[in-house]
Ligand binder design. Structure first.
Ligand code: BGC
Length: 516
């Protein structure tokens, strides 16, 4: 068995960049593509294999880029296509693969497709979205809820019909029953592959749906218990979804077409974000031969930081479903949930040094599992969320709707700071930034940490170097079941050349590795 037998993405450590908050280059207080380019050395020196950039496409930014109004252009505040090409070239020079974040399930209500579609029942794009008659009493066709709260249906007076949106009302769901929709999205894939990107993170693929009215109501979820994370307390989760609203068979038409396009370009990676009533089962369907390469796994993202047994169970569940395939991608943090450092701190009341040690332990654990792993910007600095953003400075529409009970996602999206002693931590020279800079983050500014030998950044970087030399991690997708005493997670990674025992101790907050 040689390294060549695995594709790069099967073992990749992927660094997620939230472009609005990474580096501003033109003093408008908003991060942008040229800014990212100037910071690529920092990412490459960490020793990761790839970057995933959250959406930077044209968009009215109602959901900060996840509401796309043109998939094949750059939103002016983030730069231009030429800036993207420069970013890509520099990343490739530094041996970093580049993944962009495509949103195939919905677009913005400002996209030309929807602007046309909503005008009448007989225009060229009339059938590109989910247009449905009201019930005889005028109410929406089903009881479906939007993930962000409220009904999933909004009334369009021009057509005298409802349209479907699983998120904001300004994010209409595309009708994937229409082959023209699929073709248009394949054109988007060609556009970015032709530019040289190495893969896509595919947003919310579980919400891709076909207009197949009459739709069925969702049933109540008999097992609903509000989770610890605010996201898990949404009324959305009081329903079961997989009978009609989510994870529908039409998704596979999309994933198969996209895989065909991707295979045409060679060693590219398709990683689909996926949720639903039974994500593991759905993941198996999504990654069957000829479909997506991997699904983005929520098991660790939802871990509340308290109970090691729960973490063990979450990993076991995921690994058992996939052992031997590598079709998984793990993450502890991203732009949608409280940072893992905050989840731990809030739950455990750790001292600062313990919290940093735990953060490093989790980074090592994640990158020793089979499959790829996604590190969210700032995790390598053990950054915590910013909990005290004044309501008038909040940006996330979800948080604005439900504050102060739920603060939304601004808390994990504040700008990265680079130098503790520079204005705005050297994120931007603007007078104010789109979200406030957290003063506590200045103590752990990225370049300062990169220059401090004992920092989490450097310890993780050394670990990633060591990891590249471990055949059991890099050359095979085999992993034993999880064992270990209470507060320990132990497993073996196994290749023909090596059996590597990996022990993560949550009492001493240390990881040890031993060839056995
Ligand atoms: C993205 C979110 C976004 C939503 C709607 C997600 O899962 O990660 O940031 O709001 O899809 O596009």
């Amino acid at each position: 068995m040689t390294t060549d037998e695995l594709n790069w993405w099967e073992t990749a450590v992927i660094y997620q960049i939230y472009p609005r908050s990474f580096q501003d280059s033109n003093d408008d207080g908003i991060g942008d593509l040229p800014g990212i380019t100037t910071r690529l050395d920092y990412i490459a020196n960490l020793g990761v294999d790839a970057i995933w950039i959250s959406p930077f496409f044209k968009s009215p930014q109602k959901d900060f880029g996840y509401d796309v109004s043109d998939y094949c252009d750059v939103n002016p505040e983030y730069g231009t296509l030429a800036d993207f090409d420069k970013l890509l070239a520099k990343a490739h020079d530094l041996n970093l693969k580049v993944m962009v974040d495509i949103v195939p399930a919905h677009c913005s209500d400002q996209h030309a497709w929807f602007i046309e579609s909503r005008q009448s029942r007989d225009n060229e794009k009339a059938d590109w979205f989910h247009w449905v008659e009201p019930m005889p009493d005028g109410t929406p066709p089903t009881n479906w809820l939007s993930f962000f709260g409220g009904p999933a249906w909004t009334w369009e007076p021009r057509r005298q019909q409802y349209y479907l949106h699983n998120f904001l009302t300004s994010q209409p769901n595309l009708n994937h029953a229409n082959p023209a929709v699929r073709e248009a999205l394949m054109d988007v894939a060609h556009f970015w592959f032709d530019r040289g990107v190495d893969g896509f993170r595919l947003d919310a693929v579980h919400t891709i749906n076909a207009n197949s009215a009459p739709y069925e109501n969702n049933l109540a979820n008999p097992e609903f218990v509000p989770g610890d994370l605010p996201q898990q307390q949404q009324p959305f989760f009081r329903q079961l979804h997989d009978s009609a609203q989510l994870n529908q068979p039409v998704i596979q038409l999309f994933s198969e077409s996209l895989r065909e396009v991707s295979d045409h370009y060679g060693d590219r990676f398709l990683m689909g974000e996926l949720h639903g009533d039974d994500p593991i089962k759905a993941s198996q369907t999504f990654t069957a031969p000829g479909r997506l390469h991997a699904t983005y796994n929520f098991n660790l993202l939802h871990w509340d930081g308290l109970n090691v047994d729960e973490l063990k169970a979450a990993i076991t569940q995921a690994i058992e479903a996939f052992n031997g395939t590598g079709r998984l991608s793990f993450a502890f943090s991203n732009h949608d949930v409280p940072r893992s450092a905050t989840r731990q701190l809030a739950r455990l009341g750790l001292r600062d040094d313990q919290q940093q040690a735990l953060q490093l332990l989790l980074l090592k654990l994640e990158t020793c599992l089979i499959g790829s792993s996604c590190i969210y910007q700032g995790e390598e600095l053990a950054l915590q969320d910013v909990q005290d953003i004044p309501v008038e400075q909040m940006q996330d529409p979800w948080g604005i709707e439900f504050a102060p009970v739920f603060l939304g996602r601004d808390t994990c999206r504040t700008p990265i700071v680079w130098k503790g002693d520079a204005p705005n931590g050297d994120f931007s020279r603007a007078n104010s930034t789109w979200l406030p800079i957290d003063q506590r983050h200045l103590q752990r500014a990225a370049l300062d940490e990169a220059a401090r030998p004992a920092s989490i950044y450097n310890q993780f970087s050394e670990f990633l170097q060591w990891r590249k030399d471990q055949p059991a991690i890099m050359q095979a997708n085999t992993m034993s079941e999880l064992t270990g005493e209470a507060k320990q997670i132990v497993f073996d990674r196994v290749s023909e050349q090596q059996r590597l025992r990996c022990l993560f101790d949550f009492e001493t907050l240390t990881a040890t590795f031993e060839e056995v």
